[in-house]
Design a protein around this ligand. Structure first.
Ligand code: SF4
Ligand code: SF4
Ligand code: SF4
Ligand code: FES
Length: 1002
């Protein structure tokens, strides 16, 4: 029996475990191993046997719309994509009956699609329709091409739909309905001329389409295409439409004479020529912490498209930012020259002059005030290697532990909660483990907008696989609308209802006693501290009915596996660490750790929030969370770095700002952060920058923060460098360089290296792989990480042992404490620090928006995003709008105890009562002029979410801040999938290959 085959150059073998249970399938007379229950089409593909399959995509499953995969089994035709392999199955892909059926099915496909490959931008070797024409050796069409009576839809800024080329395979519908689960697309099978519909018949531009690009990615031909490809990919496709149409006519004209064979030959020559000028480079998304990876297709510096396919996290998935949000890389405003302050302005300088100045001032300030008068902030958007060098510069070269990164602003409390209870500050498993949960509980996370691709997996499991979903949030966001149960507690009270539920479970025999006995310390002590958390107290404090809380408790108790996802709605509170701890306590009490479908998932916001902390950009820990006050740890680093290291904990971001105000901190080197906008109480932070003796800002654009700098250094974005990012799954992935840095800019790691060397560090790094090797050699958590093990789409989820084995599921054999047991950690309740009163009578919540990243410095430079979501706004409930005479577009002045902003209203029932919501994406009206300097006392994470404001209604009424083309105005059309049964019911449909019985397996 053959158990290993090579398909498309890749060896595709059954795993040993699968081998043991393998069944034999005979394909065209040869025996091949299959897993019981495996799709026949996958067995055929693994065997390397050619079979047409236009609608089949492994990540979408059988759609059964095209019929081109018909094969013969026991004299009957069946669709290979929808048939399961079984022992002894005898399959013919080449019998006359099967062959005729495949030909007929594909002929129907071609009646919907004009073959003009030579002048098609999709002629890149991967067009399924082109390749199937060749595979089936089609020379002439028996059913002529019939154009559909619809215009091309160009109304989305990023992609277009050409109904005339659409083969109605339904892949796009399946992807939109059941992978992205935005539920925008359908096919009107009952219409005489079916086509793909957006919201049942809207233009794309005015539909609910969120421009995630799933549909475009999976389209097997040129019906859906990225606009950035059109006119750019081919040698002949950039010509005028008129000339193009004439060429298409010529191609069609010669077909009756020559057949498709020679036309295909010409187009393949053209396609092969493209290989020399189109580069496909694997990278990792620069935006959120989900960690999507994909190939970027480029021609010179033009980005043709983002092509996701094999990302370990995302497969074919992306969101609008990862798929289409890259215009900023070639934006003309990119910084290309170092700048040095001169009076109130800046002058251009050479790199040598700027770096010399930085080194000189660092030296002077250190000499005059000591090393702790300097501080360093790395970026959660920079690579692991860059954060490692930044902390090494601070510690080994300057001699201070004053180093931090922006995870202080979002994730530090979650990390603390997990360190306290289970021992590692990272997600307990992978996104796949979340998919496997029978209940997902989301607390304070707008997952569909902040972690869009991760959210698709929850939406899919909920829609298709019976996963239950509970959402607790102030806003009725998309996940809340989909949830089986939506809780809207009073702001900042999550700790109370979580603790009350935990107490209820313990008191009612619903805790997991065996798990507690075997794996958890501190139960008795913890139980005592739960005394105040009665259901009645929780109900009163949180504003949630007791029955609802009991329902939540029973749903958790009855679930076979619970994953809890949380984000900044929890962490950016004055009890962020304690609430995160309460979450982990609840999971421990219910035994929801140590297996797939369970665990704690603090969703990391930025692409490399996890990695920046892992790499040591923190005031208390060297790389791998090794404490700076541990002499053994220090000795290891000292011996490798040949320096003496400081042993006392340094200043975090928050304390740095305080220290500047107190005159203790004189110099700050800031890498890739827009602190003057994104820090809480931004006016106070900006005032601190004025007081610095020396301020270096390294960025790719002249940000708001650059205005305060003494030296501005032009950095390079992720597409212009090598390195690694670590996603929320603890997944370390490589980004490969797509472009050279634009002239004048440099990758951050080179800039930091060059500054260090001017300070006599003698660093010889020539490539980030050397930096990673050094970090791995000093960091047990990462000891087996190297670039070879991360080549291409390979990835590792820490901890990584020296032999390269990693841990997708974090706790399998033990928790990360010396005795291997987790710890219940009591957390008392103190309540929010900042409260509403009669003057500041409205609660202001804030957070992310799908289309924009953080303050928007990158995403506002993406033309299509700006068109769809041009400006910030404040969401106001219909009842408050009525009470205050506000409508969408009314200008408002929001005034807090710390500042004020002018912003337009958006009236929406996503918020209710006296609670407002303002996205964080604005540098002109940043919400952080309103937020405070209150912090979580453990981590100093600002309590961004505890903000009260007074609202002044201004006389002007502008336009609605969201234009009609924003997807929030759309009307999705949820359905099971492509609903092929409706196609089969058409009077003009019969299974290709004749009067045979139609087998309809799903
Ligand atoms: S949301 Fe829009 S871009 Fe995404 S799959 Fe649906 S139709 Fe396509
Ligand atoms: S637009 Fe959709 S239905 Fe049409 S060919 Fe592309 S994926 Fe298939
Ligand atoms: S979900 Fe996050 S990582 Fe994935 S494409 Fe979107 S922004 Fe990028
Ligand atoms: S591949 Fe289309 S029906 Fe099987």
């Amino acid at each position: 029996m053959q158990t290993s085959t090579v398909v498309n150059g890749k060896r595709n073998e059954l795993a040993p475990a699968e081998n043991s249970a393998a069944v034999d399938v005979f394909i065209n007379g040869s025996s091949h191993a299959a897993h019981p229950g495996e799709r026949l089409v996958d067995v055929i593909n693994r065997a390397g046997v050619d079979l047409a399959q236009v609608c089949y995509h492994p990540q979408l499953g059988p759609i059964q719309t095209c019929d081109t995969c018909l094969v013969e089994i026991k004299g009957q035709l069946v669709r290979a994509c929808a048939t399961t392999a079984s022992e002894g199955m005898k399959v013919s892909t080449i019998s006359p009956k099967a062959h005729a059926a495949q030909q007929e099915a594909f002929d129907r496909i071609l009646s919907n699609h004009m073959l003009y490959c030579t002048v098609c931008d999709n002629n890149n070797g991967n067009c399924t329709v082109h390749n199937t024409t060749k595979l089936l050796a089609v020379e002439h069409q028996h059913i002529p091409f019939k154009p559909k009576p619809y215009e091309v839809d160009n109304t989305n800024p990023f992609y277009r739909y050409d109904p005339g080329q659409c083969v109605l395979c339904g892949r796009c519908v399946e992807a939109c309905q059941n992978v992205e689960v935005n539920e925008t697309l359908s096919i009107n099978w009952d219409d005489p001329n079916p086509r793909v519909l957006w919201d049942g018949g809207s233009t794309i531009g005015e539909s609910s389409c969120v421009s995630c690009g799933h549909c475009v990615t999976v389209c097997p031909c040129n019906a859906l295409m990225e606009k950035s490809m059109l006119g750019h990919a081919g040698f002949l496709t950039g010509i005028s439409k008129r000339a193009l149409n004439s060429m298409i006519d010529v191609v069609k004209g010669v077909e009756p004479e020559t057949g498709y064979g020679s036309i295909m030959h010409v187009s393949e020559v053209e396609s092969a020529m493209r290989e020399n000028r189109i580069r496909r480079t694997k990278t990792v998304c620069t935006y959120c912490g989900v960690g999507c990876s994909f190939d970027i297709w480029t021609k010179d510096r033009h980005i043709l498209k983002v092509a996701p396919s094999d990302g370990p996290t995302n497969g074919i998935s992306t969101c609008i930012k990862g798929k289409f949000g890259w215009d900023y890389v070639n934006d003309p405003d990119r910084l290309t020259t170092p700048l040095i302050r001169e009076g109130d302005g800046f002058r251009e300088a050479s790199w040598d002059e700027a770096l010399d100045l930085v080194a000189r001032r660092f030296t002077e300030i250190k000499a005059q005030h000591g090393p702790d008068a300097l501080a360093f902030i790395s970026s959660s958007k920079c690579t692991n290697e860059e954060s490692y060098l930044m902390q090494k510069l601070a510690r080994a070269v300057i001699g201070t532990n004053n180093i931090d990164n922006c995870s202080r602003y979002c994730q530090a409390p979650a990390t603390t909660g997990l360190f306290r209870t289970v021992g590692y500050g990272g997600d307990s498993g992978s996104i796949r483990d979340i998919e496997n949960a029978s209940l997902v509980l989301i607390i304070g996370s707008n997952t569909a907008e902040s972690h869009p691709v991760l959210a698709t997996r929850v939406k899919r499991a909920h829609k298709l696989h019976g996963q239950n979903l509970i959402v607790s949030d102030l806003r009725e966001n998309e996940m809340a609308r989909r949830a089986d149960l939506f809780l809207h507690p009073k702001p900042g009270t999550d700790l109370v209802w979580l603790s009350a539920i935990t107490r209820y479970l313990l008191e009612n025999g619903l805790a997991h006693e065996d798990f507690l006995r075997q794996w958890v310390n501190g139960l008795e002590e913890y139980k005592k501290t739960l005394a105040p958390f009665t259901m009645e107290f929780a109900s009163q404090t949180c504003g949630l009915p007791v029955e609802t809380l009991e329902k939540v408790a029973h749903m958790i108790a009855e679930a076979s596996g619970v994953c809890i996802l949380w984000a900044m709605g929890v962490t950016q509170q004055s009890q962020g660490s304690d609430t995160s701890t309460a979450i982990s306590n609840l999971l421990l009490v219910t035994g929801n750790y140590m297996r797939t479908g369970t665990g704690a998932y603090p969703l990391r916001g930025h692409n490399n929030v996890q990695g920046a902390g892992d790499s040591g950009a923190a005031p208390n820990a060297l790389p791998g969370y090794q404490s700076v006050d541990d002499p053994e740890v220090r000795a290891r680093f000292e011996s490798a770095w040949k320096v003496t290291l400081p042993s006392t904990k340094g200043l975090d971001n928050h304390l740095m700002v305080e220290a500047i105000h107190q005159g203790k901190l004189k110099s700050l080197y800031l890498e890739g952060e827009e602190m003057a906008v994104v820090d809480s109480n931004a006016n106070y932070v900006a005032a601190a920058f004025f007081k610095l003796d020396f301020f270096v800002v390294q960025d790719i654009f002249f940000s708001t923060t650059c205005h305060f700098a003494d030296v501005v250094l032009p950095a390079a974005p992720s597409l212009e460098k090598e390195g690694t990012f670590t996603s929320t799954e603890r997944r370390i992935q490589r980004l490969h360089q797509v472009f050279e840095p634009i002239p004048g800019s440099r990758p951050d790691w080179k800039i930091t290296r060059d500054i260090a060397n001017r300070l006599n560090a003698n660093w010889n790094y020539t490539h980030p792989s050397e930096i990673m090797s050094e970090m791995a050699s000093l960091t047990p958590l990462l000891s087996g990480v190297n670039y070879e093990r991360l080549e291409g789409y390979k990835s590792l989820q820490w901890p990584v042992a020296a032999d390269g084995s990693d841990q997708p599921l974090l706790y399998t054999k033990k928790f990360n404490f010396p005795d291997g047991k987790a710890r219940l950690f009591p957390v008392p309740w103190s309540g929010p620090v900042e409260k509403s009163n009669t003057e500041f009578d409205l609660h202001l919540n804030n957070g992310r928006l799908l289309e924009h990243f953080h303050e928007g410095n990158l995403t506002y430079r993406v033309k299509g995003i700006k068109e769809k979501t041009p400006d910030v706004f404040v969401e106001i409930s219909p009842e408050l709008a009525k009470e205050r005479g506000v409508q969408s577009g009314t200008w408002l002045l929001l005034i807090s105890r710390y500042g004020q902003v002018r912003v337009r209203a958006l009236v929406t029932d996503r918020v209710s009562g006296h609670e407002l919501y303002m996205p964080m994406n604005s540098t002109a009206s940043p919400v952080n002029r309103l937020t405070s300097s209150h912090t979580d006392p453990v981590t100093h994470t600002p309590a961004y979410k505890e903000t009260s404001v007074h609202m002044e209604v201004l006389p002007e009424v502008g336009e609605n801040p969201l234009p009609r083309v924003n997807p929030r105005f759309g009307h999705p059309t949820p359905q099971e999938g492509v609903e092929v049964e409706r196609k089969w019911k058409r009077s003009d449909y019969r299974l290709p290959g004749s009067q045979l019985v139609q087998i309809q397996q799903k």
